[in-house]
Design a protein around this ligand. Structure first.
Ligand code: PLP
Length: 225
């Protein structure tokens, strides 16, 4: 068994234990394997071990891998910041985007999504604990942005993504709880959402305890970057 396959199994076990501790169905948490900085052969090994959803932060690097791996049935998630001059690449190559934090980005993705492809699945990134220079929309702006994104053609709003600042357990748990509450409040406002994207290598158990439906794990699968 490759070490990537072993690591994937360890991460699945962590997710299962976290679900058990939280009284949740393990099938309610998806694993996104974050392959940024690792090459296409690492993604191939992970796919051979049963993993099909991959996350990339850097657009051009991600597109290069997507093109190199077209022979595999993979689902590609863009989880990094998107500059305006990169929206076309994202719209043409990725299946999901977690990092929408401005209507302008969403409008460009909507306009540039090729008609022959399925709708682009999108999440709005929320900034719950950073200053104004951190990516993500402020919590009091998210309902307006979510409603605007949900109205755009060729995009399908699925939920929100949260990335806590590195901190102690209590602080991380607080951010995850805020993200979950915000996600619930958007649903109460009438939006149909099924994705709460939170939890990484260091905090996936805490995220699952607070209701994460998709954990984004890089280091624990592919190794240190
Ligand atoms: C790099 C990255 C991850 C994966 O982080 P690890 O700590 O390596 O698991 C998850 N989400 C985002 C947005 C990232 O940039």
């Amino acid at each position: 068994m490759s070490s990537i396959a072993q690591h994937l199994q360890q991460v699945q076990t962590r997710i299962q234990s976290a679900c058990q501790a939280a009284g949740r169905d393990p099938a309610s948490v998806r694993l996104l394997a974050v392959s940024k900085t690792f090459d296409a052969s690492a993604v191939r090994q992970a796919h051979a071990a049963g993993q099909s959803a991959f996350g990339e932060n850097y657009i051009q690097e991600g597109v290069d891998k997507i093109l190199a791996l077209q022979d595999l049935a993979l689902e590609w998630h863009c989880i990094g910041p998107i500059q305006s001059n990169k929206t076309r690449l994202v719209a043409e190559h990725f299946d999901w985007v977690h990092s929408i934090d401005r209507i302008k980005t969403a409008e460009r993705l909507s306009a540039q999504r090729p008609a022959g492809l399925p709708d682009l699945q999108v999440c709005i990134q929320v900034n719950l604990d950073g200053g104004s220079n951190k990516s993500g929309v402020a919590p009091d702006q998210i309902l307006a942005l979510a409603n605007a994104v949900a109205a755009l053609p060729r995009l399908r709003l699925r939920g929100i993504m949260s990335i806590p600042e590195p901190g102690d357990e209590a602080a991380t748990r607080w951010v995850h709880a805020q993200a979950h509450a915000l996600w619930c409040s958007l649903q109460q406002a009438g939006l149909v959402l099924d994705t709460l994207s939170m939890g990484m290598t260091a905090d996936l158990e805490l995220a699952v305890a607070q209701g994460s439906t998709m954990v984004r794990v890089g280091t624990a699968i592919f190794g240190q970057r």
